[in-house]
Every structure is written in C-alpha cells, then in structure tokens.
Design a protein around this ligand. Structure first.
Ligand code: IPM
Ligand code: MG
Length: 364
C-alpha cells in the first residue's frame, strides 16, 4: 500500500512523542511491505515563532493533500499566562479541525490490565473498562460567537448546535455501537441548556434508525460522577465538544494515565490522529514523556484511515507485550516497578518497535 502521511509534531512533548509514533509507522511499513512517505509541517507555537501564524497556509496545503495526519500537541505556557494574547497556538488546532471538517473525535478508553495499579481508582472498579467516546469536534461553544461588551465589563461565548451537526455525530456513535455492546449513552445538560435540548431531540430521532441499539441519556454532571463510580457501565458515549473535552480527560484516569490515550478525528476526508494529552511543557526536553499515546494513535491511523486492521492489531499487541514485560514510563510506573524497567521516551518507543520488527512478513 502506498500512502502519504503528514507528521505535525507541534509543541512541547509533541515533538518527542510523534517521533516515536512515526518510527512505529516506519517499522510497520517495512515489516508489512507498505510504502509510507512522510512529510512534516508546522503548527502551534512553533508555527507562530517562524511564520506568525499558528496554522500557516503551507501546512493546510500539505494536510489537504495527504492520506493521514499524525499530530502531537500544541500549546505554550507563555500564552496560558497571558489571557490578552490575540494569536494563540490552540487556534491552529481549532482551525485545522474546522478546515478539514474533522467533526468526530473518537477517544477509546481501553485499560491494559497491566496498568490496573497505575490509576488512582481501585483496580476492582476499573477492571474490564472499555469505553468509546464520540466527542463532537467542530461545533459548540468552541466555535460559537464570542466577544466582550459593556466596555469590557462582560465577556461571552455562545454554545450553539445545528441539527445537522448533532445528526452526523450521532450516526457515527450508533453505527459504532452496533459493532460493540449495542449501547449508546448521550451526554448533555438538557435540564438547563437549550442547545442540549436540541441535542437530545436529534439523538432520539437518530436512535429510531437503530432499533437494535439501546439509548440512554445522562446529564453531564451525573455522567462525570458515574464515570468514576462505575466505568464498566459505559460503552459508547456521544457528547458535545466541551463536555467531551472534559469527560475524556477525566476518563483518561481509567486508562491509568493521559499518556496512554490515543484519539482519532475524522470527518468526510482525511483523518487526524493524536494523543489526548497536551504539550506538557513541565516535562518537555527531559525525554521522559510516554510515547504510547502517540504509538496507539498510529495504530488507530492504520486501522481507520488505511483499513490495515492486522497492522493496527500488531502495534497494539506490541504495546501490550512491552507492558507485560514490565516496562513503564514514569507516568505509569507504580511502587512495584523496578528501577531498570523505567524507560525514557526513546527507550519505550524502541521496545515497541523491536517487537514489531520481529514479526515475520505476512505471506501474500
Ligand atoms: C483536546 C485539547 C484541545 C481542546 C485544546 C488544546 C484546544 O484539550 O484536544 O482535548 O480543548 O479540544
Ligand atoms: Mg482536552
């Protein structure tokens, strides 16, 4: 298979972890006889520094003309502490999602049994958790009208959804539920918000087309509580942009660490794959970031964008085997991890890569 992949390392540990995600894609290409060509482009703070624009037109051009995107993270503390900054790294990410029509963000929360001890939640509560979030990604308060008024005494952001936006993400969630436990939980705040009442109405209407899938509604506050109380009760969750942002960070603790969670953003064209974690400037440059979220994002890329299920499974299997052998990065170690099993970013990537490279080439 011949494919063009654009790597967007972005900022902070994005640089370090995408290098490992890319190395895994290269290993897969060589073992399974595929031709993947790679290009890189600028986004975020790195792009602002060299062009003044968090998503330069040259980057967009490359993204519009490739088969898949492996993305790292954007962000810089300089902007976090400067609320008045007009140009911000995150604008690059939001614009990219919008421009590429990436309206569905899939965030699978899958717990590797080996990491049961890495979470602050009790193992018996966690064991067997397997959740698939569908976070709507190009609507909501992220893209509604915002501004200041009354001589700067007031600021506002508008939570807004159209029927069409809710319909298309709902269809994605119901279709996925059919391949799983046939349960969808829709999360909203319909007891307060009008946009949530429209959300609920539309999700209910879409559910009529999937009579074999059970639909349940939860208010977001209650869903946040249930997620920690009984994560096993969750299967497919569909929710808006803001609630999805918050709930998936919360849910990352079910998987042991933010450093483990991959995500896929898809729409009608090219797909984008990225860890759910951010640029983590507190550990940038130390070489200790967990590359597994980027590596698992590469696995999602192989499966969803290229339809290479065995290749994708081989990556997940390699990650699982590394964890079984006791290797950990600092974010997923626990008291029982011996010092010589604590790996840095590169070493962890190498362990996964080594396992993929020992696979024999499949017969054609
Ligand atoms: C995420 C991130 C982004 C978001 C930020 C960096 C704009 O938190 O992908 O979850 O809020 O969507
Ligand atoms: Mg987030």
């Amino acid at each position: 298979m011949n494919k063009k992949i654009v790597v967007l390392p972005g900022d902070g540990i994005g640089q370090e972890v995408t290098a490992e995600g890319r190395a895994i894609l290269e290993a897969v290409a060589s073992v399974f006889d595929h031709q993947f060509s790679f290009d890189t482009a600028l986004i975020g703070h790195a792009a602002i520094e060299s062009t003044g624009d968090p998503l330069p037109e040259a980057t967009l051009d490359k993204l519009r003309n490739c088969d898949a995107i492996l993305f790292g993270a954007v962000g810089h503390p300089k902007y976090d502490n400067d609320p008045s900054a007009k140009i911000r790294p995150e604008q690059g990410l939001l614009k990219m999602r919008k421009e590429l029509g990436l309206y569905a963000n899939l965030r699978p929360i899958k717990l590797f049994d080996e990491l049961l001890g890495a979470s602050s939640i009790k193992p018996e509560v966690l064991k067997g958790s397997d959740i698939l979030f569908f976070r709507e990604l190009t609507g909501d308060v992220y893209f509604g009208e915002r501004g200041r008024r009354d001589n700067n005494l007031t600021a506002y952001d508008t939570m807004i959804y159209t029927r069409y936006e809710v319909e298309r993400i709902a269809h994605k969630a119901f279709a996925a539920a059919r391949t799983r436990r046939k349960k969808v939980m829709s999360v909203d705040k319909a007891n307060v918000l009008e946009s949530s009442r429209l959300w609920r109405e539309v999700v209910q209407a879409v559910s009529a087309e999937y009579p074999d899938v059970t639909l349940e509604h939860q208010f977001v506050d209650s869903a946040a509580m249930l997620l920690i109380k009984n994560p096993r009760a969750f299967d497919v969750v569909v929710t808006g942009n803001l609630f999805g942002d918050i709930l998936t960070d919360e849910a990352s603790q079910i998987a042991g660490s933010m450093g483990m969670l991959a995500s896929a953003s898809v729409g009608d064209r090219v797909g984008l794959y990225e860890p759910i974690h951010g640029s983590a400037h507190d550990i940038t440059g130390k070489g200790i970031a967990n590359p597994l979220a980027s590596i698992l994002s590469a696995a999602l890329l192989l499966d969803i964008s290229f339809g290479l299920k065995s290749e994708s499974d081989a990556v997940i299997e390699a990650v699982s085997s590394v964890l079984k052998d006791g290797y950990r990065t600092v974010d997923i170690k626990d008291e029982s991890t011996p010092k010589d099993k604590i790996l840095n970013t590169r070493q962890m990537g190498e362990q996964v890569e080594k396992r993929i490279r020992t696979l024999s080439k499949p017969a054609h």
